[in-house]
Design a protein around this ligand. Structure first.
Ligand code: ADP
Length: 653
């Protein structure tokens, strides 16, 4: 909620000030006869993503004078455009017919319903205000701009590309179809995988991790195809490491590459095999430590602790000191502004302009209908993200999951509709890996969101179904977890934690997403009890089921082996009350396929040749993660390839 109070103050002071001079200034719409109020300030709450959003509205006899957002647990950064923008639009238009902010719809609706409540309390006519259009946006004259580089999409990849292109001397325009920057990146957990000896020095090499590492020595290079030489190098590193007798965690870019390759190598329902492209995977794993340092040089700070985000397979996950994914966006956006990048919000790219086989610009439309033509003398970078929020496209391409119901929820913003894939294909790009979609196993069953729960690093998580029984090795890849979860009753499972593995929450504390833990418990997103039997009772599991399952699991930790599901990496035993259970179910998370690119982020055409002037980065691309992406590899990908795409475009002759 940084800056929120300040921004509100500006909005309301500006309005109040201008009202004194002229009612047609900030408050451009005159009150109607039906909307009259009993003057005063009224307070109400609306239901946001994470509980109540408190709103106070001040009325004069004729107008909504100002709106203040009070106590709430909405996600800072992610919800700001709604909590700032909706009140401003209501005051300006003297209307409740205000569009919700895409990507922050629940927060928007919370504000709208609370303001409606206040209108009612003040004796106003809610229905009249809902029917009343605000100052109508009018389509402007066509906007034309000529720059060096045009970037489409203002998520992590687009902003990284913008900063990088500008650092390399290019004049840059970035267009974003939403009213705010951030895309899926700002709502992601912000997990960033990178080999990082200085931070990983603090991580001990446990026996299970060593067991995992030694298993690579038994693998045969011959069955690794183009990744054979990488495996050979890794085996040499592992032998040297074992000979050194070190007790510090082993890691290398080759291990990261082989894990990315194995994690992504999959066969679809039609028997087609897919694996990551060697050059792209190597670029990712060798580039992510470097991109991390680049982000640090731009002012992004990372925590010292290293963890293993779900499905990451190895402790190399970094988290920024900012709230979830917000730091990546705010730091890059600040740098883009500093470097003179022009950012056009509410501007949707419709078409890539191709002249004589070369991409030379983009046609777009602003939200008010104004046509925009952007000419790019050097190149266009497509960074529009995936198609996780386009159910028809998911269903059309899916060849991996037995079913891909249109109604399956998603962790994605509503703007992840695959526009860049459609535009790119029309411009001649080849598509790769489109049959594969990653389901996030542990999402909220209704909203599909990643947030709203309590858990720790992957090894410490315990999944049980409605019968209180474990059903999978919780340290496995995400597609393995999602597939197992979908086979449980109603596709529902619970992540069980004790006080320690839950991160020691205290009354009033927040989880890693900034959710208020007490509110999560109050809303039954999380169950909390002093005993496991208490959890069984609250959830409705058979008596004794969870208690005996956790006792057995604690025994496996002590023995260092899990005969049920083969888990080898464990956290601490679950012994310390209170105990917590977070309800979860798989939702659509990351669309694996997209535009084919090379290691310079050049978009490739049907026969594998680079399309001049055309670059792409981030989730809009395919070929890196193949059939299943490792947890924590997406942010690394968008930063590495976003940075490369910007630099490549800027260097175009
Ligand atoms: P990535 O992780 O690859 O950066 P994100 O989802 O974080 O992907 O960001 C992609 C951004 O692109 C989103 O902010 C989305 O609103 C924006 N976007 C999608 N389609 C278009 C389009 N047609 N024109 C402009 N912006 C778009």
């Amino acid at each position: 909620m940084r800056n929120r109070a300040f921004k509100w103050l500006l909005v309301s002071l500006a309005c109040i000030g201008l009202v004194a001079v002229s009612l047609s200034g900030c408050g451009t719409v005159e009150p109607t006869g039906s909307a009259t109020y009993t003057p005063g300030t009224y307070t109400a709450v609306g239901q946001g993503n994470f509980g109540d959003v408190e709103v106070s509205v001040t009325f004069s006899a004729a107008r909504i004078v100002s709106i203040a957002i009070g106590k709430n647990s909405e996600t800072a950064g992610l919800s700001d455009p709604a909590l700032d923008g909706i009140p401003a639009a209501i005051v300006k238009g003297q209307t409740l017919a205000v569009d919700t902010v895409s990507g922050a719809s629940h927060s928007s609706e919370a504000v709208l319903s609370a303001v409606a409540d206040c209108v009612r309390q003040a004796g106003g006519d809610v229905e009249a205000l809902k029917a009343k259009k605000g100052a109508k946006a009018t389509k402007g004259a066509r906007i034309e701009k000529s720059v060096d580089v045009v970037i489409v999409g203002g998520g992590g990849a687009g902003l990284a590309a913008a900063v990088s292109a500008a650092q390399n001397g290019a004049k840059v325009v970035l267009i974003e179809k939403a009213s705010a920057l951030g895309g899926n990146t700002i709502r992601a957990g912000g997990a960033y995988n990178a080999v990082d000896p200085s931070r990983q020095r603090a991580v001990k090499m446990t026996a299970p991790l060593l067991g995992d590492l030694k298993s690579f020595l038994d693998m045969d290079e011959k069955s690794f195809g183009e990744f054979g030489p990488t495996l050979a190098t890794l085996k040499g590193q592992i032998r040297d490491y074992i000979a050194s007798g070190s007790s510090v965690l082993f890691d290398s870019v080759e291990l990261h590459a082989i894990q990315t390759y194995l994690g992504g190598k999959r066969v679809d329902l039609r028997g087609n095999e897919i694996h990551g492209d060697l050059e792209l995977v190597k670029t990712l794993t060798s580039g992510s430590p470097e991109a991390l340092r680049w982000l640090e040089s731009l002012g992004l700070t990372f925590k010292d602790e290293i963890s293993t985000v779900l499905g990451a397979l190895w402790p190399r996950t970094h988290g920024s000191t900012y709230h979830v994914g917000t730091g990546f966006i705010s730091v890059l956006a600040d740098n883009a502004a500093r470097l003179g990048v022009e950012i056009m919000l509410d501007t949707k790219a419709d078409e890539v302009i191709v002249e004589k086989g070369r991409v030379v610009g983009v046609k777009a439309t602003k939200a008010d209908g104004t046509p925009v033509v952007l000419k790019a003398s050097k190149g266009v970078v497509m960074a529009t993200g995936g198609y996780g929020a386009n159910p028809e496209m998911r269903a059309e391409y899916n060849t991996y999951w037995p079913s891909m119901p249109l109604a399956m929820p998603t962790t994605n913003t509503a703007n992840a509709t695959g526009d860049g894939i459609v535009m790119g294909e029309k411009a001649g790009a080849k598509l790769v890996g489109m049959g594969f979609v990653q389901l996030m196993p542990s999402s909220h069953p209704v909203s599909g969101a990643l947030s709203g729960g309590l858990w720790g690093s992957a090894e410490s998580q315990v999944f049980v179904n409605k019968q209180g029984k474990r059903f999978v090795n919780e340290y496995a890849e995400r597609d393995v977890l999602a597939s197992a979860a979908l086979k449980q009753t109603d596709g529902i499972f619970y992540i069980i934690c004790d006080q320690v593995t839950a991160g020691n929450p205290q009354p009033g504390s927040k989880n890693g997403w900034g959710d208020d833990v007490d509110t999560l418990v109050k809303n039954h997103d999380v169950y909390k009890a002093d005993t496991l039997a208490g959890l069984e009772q609250q959830i409705g599991m058979p008596a004794g089921s969870l208690s005996s399952e956790i006792a057995r699991y604690n025994g496996y930790i002590a023995a260092g082996a899990d005969p049920d599901f083969g888990k080898r990496n464990f956290g601490t035993p679950l012994l310390t009350p209170p105990f917590y259970a977070t309800i979860r179910s798989p939702s659509v998370h990351h669309t694996m396929g997209g535009l084919a690119i090379d290691a310079s982020a050049r978009v490739l055409g049907a026969s594998g040749e680079a399309i001049p002037g055309f670059y792409a980065a981030g989730e809009v691309t395919g070929g890196i993660h193949a059939g299943n992406r490792l947890g924590g590899n997406a942010i690394a990908d968008i930063m590495v390839f976003g940075r490369i795409a910007g630099a490549s475009a800027a260097a175009t002759k």
